[in-house]
Ligand binder design. Sequence first.
Ligand SMILES: Nc1nc2c(c(=O)[nH]1)N=C([C@H](O)[C@@H](O)CO)CN2
Length: 116
Amino acid sequence: MDKVFIEGLVVDAFIGVYDWEHEQTQPLILDLEMDWDNRKAALSEQLHDALDYDALSQAIIKLIQERPRALIETVAEEIATLVLERFHAPRVRVKVSKPQAVAAARQTAVEIIRQA
Ligand SMILES: Nc1nc2c(c(=O)[nH]1)N=C([C@H](O)[C@@H](O)CO)CN2
């Protein structure tokens, strides 16, 4: 299956289980891989035949910034649901990284794969 990617999308979010995390935003870094048949868009050159990574990126930023969340797992699930239900991709891999979570670690992250 063909793929569409969004890699390294940085979104400032109220995210975390601790009180201090409710008072200041932290960056999340999002990586998405979506199954999509790119042949129709390649032939028509019509954006409506493509999985629009720009529209999807804006929708993800809006989703994340509409309310605080405790766990990055919740962010990953909600993004996967958005991709499957609103953007109609049949399969998505979502990685949510929280680079400032653990001082001694370069990165912390979760990854999920969901299918329609
Ligand atoms: N699996 C997870 N573990 C932890 C999370 C998380 O979202 N998923 N979050 C925290 C705290 O918010 C932490 O990031 C603060 O530094 C701890 N563990």
